[in-house]
Ligand binder design. Sequence first.
Ligand code: 13P
Length: 248
Amino acid sequence: MRTKLAAGNWKMNGLKAALSELGEMAAAASGPAEVLICPPVTLVAAAADAAEGLAIGGQDCHAKASGAHTGDVSAAMLADAGAEYVILGHSERRTDHDEHDEDVRAKCEAAWDAGLKVVLCVGESLEEREASNTLDIIGGQLAKSIPDGATGHNLVVAYEPIWAIGTGKVPTTDQIGEVHDFMRARLEKRFGEGVGRSVRLLYGGSVKPSNAGEIFAVSNVDGALVGGASLKAADFVPIIEALNASAG
Ligand code: 13P
């Protein structure tokens, strides 16, 4: 059985005062679902110290282990600060920093070398969906951005349709199920049934307390990658609880 995962991506939000949200989130993390918070990099070490029972992650890392890369952060630095996970290939990185599948793949290898688990994001644009290219796009991103050597331990895949991020628009449960079933099949084909079945698949994009339950009931949805609604315990705790309830 795959352990459910409620993951929060704080993006570029949160000063030290935001750490006060973590206590209640940690208290909600005593159920069957694992809870991960990925704060801005400035808060990773403090969050890891503050939040017993929560996993902490970064939101990006460099593909190189060290060197002359001003402003960048290596996977080993994140691990050293107490991170267990790193998000890679988020559409905001792909767009704002011109990251391509090849870059994401190299970063993923660097993260694994440093012992981090990767939450690897894929997702189509509205144009791609309207042109009925969603599965082609997702299949290509999975093939090109995941290195060989994936396991259920070192990889989580997050399906985040770009048009659903921060917009309040959510795909239908049928649309989510179609993509998640497809991703499961692709992972089983490439990595074998055992590994393919053990990789957790998250949905992300406008997940809120009000829609979490129906999303968590979709086949092959093992949790969520939550942006805005992960910033406050009042929003994120009900999402964690909905995931715990879906774990039965
Ligand atoms: P929202 O939950 O704010 O739509 O963001 C989703 C996301 O991008 C998480 O990585």
